[in-house]
Design a protein. Sequence first.
Length: 486
Amino acid sequence: MNDLSSWALNTASVRGATYADVRVVHDRSRGLATKNGKIGNASDAQSLGMSVRVLVNGAWGFASSADMGRDAVENTAARAVDIAKASAQVKQSDVKLVPEQAVKADWTTPHKIDPFSTSIEQNLALLEKVDAELRAVKGVTLAETNMNFRREEQWFFSSEGAEIHQTKYTTGAGYVAYAFAGNEIQKRSYPNSFGGQWQNKGYELIDELKLVENARRIGEEAVALHSADQCPAGVFDIILESSQLGLQIHESVGHPIELDRVLGMEANFAGTSFLTLEKLRTLKYGSELVNVVADARQEHGPGLGTFAFDDEGVPAQCTPIITNGLFTGYLSSRETASVVGLQRSGGTLRAEGWNRLPMIRMTNISILPGQKPLTLEQLISSTDHAILFQTNRSWSIDDKRYNFQFGTEIGWEIKNGKRARMLKNPSYSGFTTGFWNSMDAICSRDEWTLWGTPNCGKGQPQQVMGTGHGASPARFRKVKVGSAYS
């Protein structure tokens, strides 16, 4: 790796680069799934490649290669320089990077069991057992399960002297039960929708999730939804359980704080932002109970946005995003930090793989739990009338990340401090700042979960990456409910 980096960095320097970095990535993934008692897919894939990113005449150039022989590496670096020189001819301004001390480091995701030390047969046996439990419930017409592992080993070298080796492990699993009846489909997912729960952990996460133990309940709820009352339409107090609140954070906080969106550098996938620069430290984003951080540090938890260094060698950090309701921070890179006058990057530049240019991505964007002891059941008991929303089913938000609508798989009407009845097809809508300012209660640390979102898409060509969102259940006052079906 030292030889490879020297070939690339020397070539870039000789050809005129004022800055260059090299990433070598060895990626291995396993994906398994079942569908109604049969194997849906089983794959075990690996990739190995390298990329070079350079600054020449104030503009970026990027090139990558799966061939890591000396000639190929030097040609890749030369191609990156040529691209930068071409880009410089149409640049609007010079790219400038805020300073960052170069480090030499080695880091691996803390884990107890290497997931790849388990056999595919062992993994499938567990999924098939869950699948059978789901289908044992009368009325379940389709059962789907999945399990996914990833090991990403990366070497990073820069012309400033950085030498960083990181190995990240990711484990994820979940399942869904569908019930078809008449012209209606109802579904229930566990532990979360769209792939379940994912964290930067080893195989020990699979045991922690208690997949088999919860399968019958999930199947029974999917069937019961057909007999449930339709969620009423109107203005109600609502309670979001933690996974739905995590997605609310992702869409209405995480994406709009990406500085490349704010600055107009990136606009794919509903991608600009209402959080223009004058709003920093002036906008009342939420109530005083709303405290959100962007935290990539290991001590925050095993989120999909946890690492030691980002993809330009900046250490993981915690950035206050919303502090007692006040908007206080963005997600930044060395380039965007320079544009807005920050002294240092927030360390959020990441790439999906070796053949993609790093861009600003969410780390772990989490709402901090309440300071006073409060469980979900206590929150419910203190609520006269509300709708409890659980497990996301659909979402929609405008390209400024301001007006939104969400639907969940299941709802519960709360009356006089108790769950009164199950509700189907629940939905709610609003606008970002109005919604967050209506939050008047949030549960404490015991109810806080760091959820993994493995499928966040951004950029063109699209890059799909994982983010983390920690949340406790929270209550919001006077929210519009039921508009998706009214």
